[in-house]
Design a protein around this ligand. Structure first.
Ligand SMILES: Nc1ncnc2c1ncn2[C@@H]1O[C@H](COP(=O)(O)OP(=O)(O)OP(=O)(O)O)[C@@H](O)[C@H]1O
Ligand code: SF4
Ligand SMILES: [Mg+2]
Length: 322
């Protein structure tokens, strides 16, 4: 038995995009990704748009089949390229999306939407029991029992995100994967939502995978942070290490580009250049065309993951060591 609630091994996703004349182009959205998360903790996943964060998230919860590799929850293999596909394990892992409106059926009342994962995970439950559970899930996220019969359009953005959280929690999963859960909310509502998520984590002892563009949000929520670039994890360490002594040039660039705490810009504004086309990745280190520390070796040899201190891994030939 390990202390990890989640382990991902060599996970890859190949997408195909149709070209003219019926031909297809293939590319790796996620490539040989390894990741582990301790029980009861929050792992932040950070990286520029298009680096593959949502693709990993969707493979973790079984919404997307991996092209290669495996996902283990509590040491049990749940998803892999070779396992017969099982749609979901709502009692183990659930997901909260950026836009709760698109994940809630506008014609179904909130209470029934919240109850849906429970119905899928245990078909023997009585209707009365399911309704009671849905009501207590509503209350758990700070909503009212009377909201049960209302419809999604009757709620504000912040309330809808609470509904999405209630829906994720109703099956009492061990892990909730949150993909940009507060990005669409105003700053004041964001803070309330994050506090609620932290309180719930403390109360239930669940683990979060928390994806966000906003480093301040990730810093607030996470114990550990994994930095993703071009479908791979390039650095992973505790939040303290990532913020105080990033060793990968990409992580450092993200930190340098992050606005100060009292501003509310989201993007990594000062990072130079664009990520490479996934159809034509550069030879050697994928970050080399943008890296201020690039050397000849970086252009020829793909760096392998190494652990430079306990719990601090990175993929770079020339780590920045303080
Ligand atoms: N169904 C699909 N078919 C083909 N390509 C896809 C598909 N879904 C995503 N992609 C591509 O895969 C890459 C990774 O996408 P993904 O949505 O995982 O990125 P992301 O890191 O979540 O980005 P963002 O921060 O913008 O949400 C992108 O190049 C994207 O355009
Ligand atoms: S391997 Fe080289 S190019 Fe890649 S991040 Fe490290 S120093 Fe930069
Ligand atoms: Mg995404």
């Amino acid at each position: 038995m390990s202390n990890n609630i989640l382990e991902i091994k060599n996970l890859s996703k190949i997408y195909s995009v149709k070209k003219k004349w019926g031909q297809s182009n293939f590319f790796y959205a996620v490539q040989d990704l390894n990741l582990a998360m301790g029980k009861g903790s929050c792992l932040g996943l950070v990286g520029e748009s298009g680096c593959g964060k949502s693709t990993v998230a969707r493979m973790m919860v079984g919404l997307l089949a991996p092209s290669k590799g495996e996902v283990f929850i509590d040491d049990e293999l749940v998803f892999s390229a070779s396992l017969p596909s099982k749609k979901a394990y709502p009692e183990k892992i659930q997901m909260v999306f950026q836009d709760p409106f698109s994940s809630l059926n506008p014609r179904i009342c909130i209470g029934r939407s919240i109850a849906e994962p429970l119905l899928l995970s245990d078909k023997s439950l009585s209707r009365k029991h399911i309704k009671e559970k849905a009501i207590s899930a509503l209350v758990e996220v700070g909503l009212e029992p009377s909201h049960y019969t209302r419809f999604p359009h009757e709620f504000s953005g912040g309330q809808r995100q609470r509904v999405a959280l209630a829906r994720a929690l109703i099956t009492r999963p061990q892990i909730v994967v949150c993909d940009e859960p507060v990005s669409a909310l105003d700053a004041s509502v964001q803070a309330q939502a994050l506090n609620l998520m932290r309180d719930i984590q403390k109360k239930l002892g669940i683990s979060y995978v928390f994806i966000s563009h906003d480093l301040h949000v990730v810093a607030y929520m996470s114990d550990e942070i994994a930095i993703m670039y071009c479908g791979q994890i390039v650095e992973k360490a505790s939040k303290e290490i990532i913020f105080s002594k990033p060793a990968h040039p990409y992580t450092k660039a993200l930190m340098d580009a992050a606005p100060s705490l009292n501003q509310h810009h989201r993007e990594f504004v000062s990072l130079q250049g664009e990520p490479p086309s996934p159809f034509n990745p550069p030879k050697g280190c994928p970050f080399h065309p943008r890296c201020p520390y690039v050397q000849k070796r970086c252009m020829e040899e793909i760096p392998q993951e190494k652990e430079i201190e306990q719990g601090h891994t990175l993929v770079c030939h020339f780590p920045l060591l303080k």
